[in-house]
Design a protein around this ligand. Structure first.
Ligand code: SER
Length: 315
């Protein structure tokens, strides 16, 4: 079957790299990038791009009618830190964007839908270490609340209507190609830019704040592996725990010093993102992903640090 893939939210941190990879696999014309913002590249000279607001159901309807997608990725969202600045908008975008896409996916008989969830679905009473797929989940950010509710809707559409919707709970994603989107884990990207530019960085999270993270190459590969897995192997229809590597700002700084010996890290007091980080797990148990579709990360802290610094130096 000829695939036609629509990526909604194509210009963000994940979308930028996912679209590139999908176009490599399926060909430029088979992957339609859609975003509310203009992309960096010249639209006329490249593969299909459409302006889409995921809150405008008629607009998505028009795109589905035009392209008849076999797969849809919905990446448009407000993340944890930005979401707290505008809770109602975060809820509206994260929830109604998803419901619009799920409904239209049913109507147009889209074969597979992908929607990302996050470690933000966990909360202060979730276990901190090796947090399991099924445990107490009491998110206290509007982002986490919308992701947890979204997971329940994904499972509901799968069980009630047979929609093949798949999802991953991403940890903090570390990448150099596109800027991060306003999350609590963004320090782990800014630190590389500032280390190269200034030799110093002020972290908005404290020295000992350990969080689950992953290099973008792993995240993109895992996402496509999940989407390629046979439907009967997908036992989790809410969203899969997904683990890469866990570290603190202090440990990351020590790794950066192996490349930039004089790098100095200081810490800000009372940043509101600290409270969000305190409510999230330190590490994730992802054995369902390993068992169901063979998930295995390739980038540890040393490898991701070296790769980030090499690429940022070149760019
Ligand atoms: N990186 C995201 C955030 O910090 C986690 O989903 O909001």
């Amino acid at each position: 079957m000829q695939e036609k893939i629509i990526v909604l939210g194509s210009n963000g941190q994940i979308g930028t790299e996912l679209v590139t990879m999908l176009r490599k696999i399926y060909g430029d014309d088979h992957v339609v990038a859609c975003d509310i913002r203009r992309p960096d590249y010249d639209i006329k000279n490249s593969a299909p791009f459409e302006f889409v607001n995921v809150l405008d159901k008629e607009m998505i309807n028009g795109i589905f009618k035009k392209y008849k997608p076999t797969q849809v990725y919905l990446l448009a969202a407000l993340l944890s830190a930005t979401g707290e600045q505008n809770p109602k908008l975060a809820w509206d975008l994260n929830m109604n964007g998803l419901l619009n896409v799920l409904d239209l996916a049913l109507e147009y008989q889209v074969a597979k839908v992908y929607w990302p969830s996050s470690i933000a679905v966990f909360g202060p009473n979730s276990p901190k270490d090796n947090t399991s797929q099924y445990c107490v989940m009491d998110p206290n950010t509007v982002y986490g609340i919308s992701k947890l509710a979204g997971e329940r809707w994904c499972e509901y559409y799968n069980q009630k209507y047979g929609l093949d919707v798949r999802s991953i709970r991403y940890p903090g994603l570390i990448s150099w190609k596109a800027a991060p989107g306003g999350g609590t884990t963004d320090y782990a990207i800014h630190i590389f830019h500032e280390a190269l530019k200034k030799g110093s960085y002020q972290s908005f999270l404290s020295a000992e704040t350990e969080l689950p993270m992953m290099y973008m190459d792993d995240a993109i590969r895992g996402t496509i592996e999940l989407m390629d897995a046979p439907a009967d192997q997908i036992s989790v229809r809410s969203s899969y725990n997904f683990s890469g590597v866990s570290f603190t700002p202090e440990v990351l700084a020590a790794e950066i010093r192996k490349h930039i010996p004089n790098f100095t890290l200081t810490y800000a007091d009372n940043d509101p993102r600290q409270q969000i980080a305190n409510s999230w797990p330190r590490s994730i148990d992802d054995h369902f992903a390993a068992k169901d579709w063979g998930w295995k990360p390739e980038f540890d802290l040393a490898k991701l640090t070296a790769d980030m610094l090499n690429n940022l130096k070149k760019s």
